[in-house]
Design a protein around this ligand. Structure first.
Ligand code: ZN
Length: 91
């Protein structure tokens, strides 16, 4: 579980964090506070996976293409999940 930036309790479910992106909010089950991640952190975390997937489009990667696409996609999910910090959402 990830810490809610409002009440500091570990209440944000890993699955919720995994699909979180800027504009998509995670609601805390304890304090009802809404949190999200910043565009900057999200975009930065998306770069390595995006590069890998783009590389498979422009390069002749042959039998590695599927592997590289899977790894690229995994990075695009995992890096924001692991490294993009949760912040308080304000209207
Ligand atoms: Zn909370």
């Amino acid at each position: 579980m990830f810490k809610c930036p409002h009440c500091e309790k570990p209440e944000i479910k890993p699955l919720r964090k995994a699909i979180l992106s800027p504009g998509l909010l995670a609601k805390c089950g304890i304090c009802s506070g809404e949190s999200t991640i910043t565009y900057k952190a999200w975009l930065t975390a998306m770069i390595p996976g995006s590069i890998l997937m783009l590389a498979t489009l422009v390069m002749d990667t042959g039998e590695w293409e599927t592997t590289l696409n899977v790894v690229g996609f995994a990075l695009m999910v995992l890096l924001p999940f692991l490294f993009a910090p949760l912040i308080k959402f304000k209207d």
